[in-house]
Design a protein around this ligand. Structure first.
Ligand code: LLP
Length: 427
């Protein structure tokens, strides 16, 4: 069920008209639905429970990069989520939001020594290691702190995720992970390092996958590798299947999360029963987009209508700096009028005020518009605000979370003075 729907001709977030949100908080504003967030997380958590995999056998680690507002993280932390982070900054957000560091996975190819120390101080669940050099560095940092670092190797299963090249990560040519052929020697090296403790194996082959076949293929390859490791005396405690399923932006039909996880658990359970006397292994996953993507919209106002010889433009107050995905990936987002008019429509390109031809949010949309009208850019909850910039000295949008008929400001709109507050001029 969508938590953004029309009531009395006005698009609402849960029970609150988006026009009320715009009146109170202005635009552009990201608006999130707490109910949608909760429901999306439950799709993962319930599938784990249904398969009889309780907390110690399955953990859903929300990928913070998709949307890192501390109110979002807090809602998920209260639901029992773990977190997948890729920087020390994200760890600090998780802590500020009341997240449990014992449920934190640290992914990413470029962890600095400071970031490793911070994560070790907080006893995170596991470091997902992406190279031999990183293994050596973590061993050294942990040793100096008198700690043992829990690690997993991110293995690159060389499976084609068939998604946008910028968000495909599981092929040999990508910068991510340790090549499949190199995984066994890398594990043996990790085993020989005194300040590391091997706890798992992980992979992440890409984002916005609608079909789970490549994900299951990657899982099979991890399982084969886990058997090879077991033969070398390396028993794993967890198996991390990476990011989540894609979402419907247009007419896409992603596989249901429950069906996907059902197939994952079926494979894992059969494997454990056949080869390990049923000894369980913990399943970890790192979904981002499917938890927040359709739980958020970007609310924007039409400033001008411009009718050219070739095209009609609706110039709105949101821009590529607020939502990068169209400019960067030619991503498609739905556009809905908050209060649709029953007038003749035109075909509009929805563009922002930034001085770049790439500054568009949507192309060729049939709408009846007047200046001042409000639009909702749909499914903008994931990789929207987190990828926003201050290009053209535009303060980043406000963020609001709606719960029932209540709206909460969860991030103020940035002011220009705040944007240059960290700068200084020469004496
Ligand atoms: N785990 C790792 C190691 C990742 O790199 C990612 C996403 C995830 C988990 C979460 O994947 P998800 O469940 O969201 O598919 N900015 C792009 C998406 C980049 C994804 C990067 N990694 C976009 O706007 O489409």
């Amino acid at each position: 069920m969508s938590h953004f729907s029309y009531r009395n001709g006005v698009l609402c977030a849960e029970n609150l008209p988006l026009s009320d949100v715009a009146e109170r908080f202005g635009s552009p504003t990201y608006v999130y639905s707490k109910a949608a967030l909760t429901e999306n997380f439950a799709a993962y958590a319930d599938a784990c429970k249904r398969a009889g995999h309780g907390d110690n056998q399955a953990l859903v680690c929300y990928a913070v990069k998709a949307n890192s507002n501390i109110a979002v993280l807090n809602v998920l932390a209260r639901l029992g989520a773990g977190f997948d982070i890729v920087s020390g900054g994200e760890l600090q957000r998780v802590l500020a939001a009341g997240g449990n560091p014992r449920k934190v996975l640290f992914s990413g190819v470029g962890k600095t020594r400071e970031e490793m120390r911070l994560a070790l101080e907080h006893d995170i669940l596991c470091f997902n290691i992406e190279s031999i050099d990183e293994l050596d560095r973590l061993n050294e940092v942990a040793g100096a702190m008198g700690k043992i670092a829990p690690i997993s190797l991110r293995v690159n299963p060389n499976v084609d995720a068939k998604t946008h090249p910028y968000i495909s990560t599981g092929l040999r040519e990508n910068k991510f992970g340790i090549a499949y052929e190199d995984a066994l020697p890398a594990y043996l090296r990790a085993k020989s390092l005194p300040h590391l403790h091997i706890t798992g194996i992980d992979c992440h082959i890409g984002s916005q996958l609608l079909d789970d076949a490549p994900l299951l293929e990657a899982l099979d390859r991890l399982i084969d590798l886990a058997d090879l490791l077991a033969a070398e005396g390396i028993a794993l405690h967890h198996l991390d299947i990476g990011g989540g399923i894609g979402i419907a932006y247009n007419n896409d039909t992603p596989v249901a999360i429950g069906d996907y996880l059902g197939r994952v658990f079926q494979r894992i359970d059969t494997w454990r029963a056949e080869r390990y006397d049923g000894k369980p292994i913990q399943m970890l996953c790192e979904p981002g987009r499917s938890i927040v993507g359709n739980a958020g919209v970007l609310l924007t106002k039409v400033e001008y209508l411009k009718h050219g010889a070739e095209k009609h433009f609706a110039i709105v107050d949101a821009a590529m700096n607020d939502l990068m995905r169209p400019a960067m990936y030619e991503a498609w987002h739905g556009v809905q009028a908050v209060a649709p008019r029953s007038e003749a429509t035109q075909v509009y390109d929805i563009v922002g005020p930034v001085c770049e031809s790439g500054d568009w949010l949507a192309r060729a949309r049939e709408l009846a518009l007047h200046p001042g009208d409000l639009l909702a850019i749909m499914s903008a909850g994931a990789y929207g605000m987190t990828m926003a910039s201050n290009y053209n000295t535009r303060g980043r949008a406000a963020e609001v979370m709606v719960d029932g008929d209540q709206a909460y400001l969860i991030r103020k709109r940035e002011t220009p003075a705040e944007l240059f507050a960290l700068e200084s001029i020469l004496p």
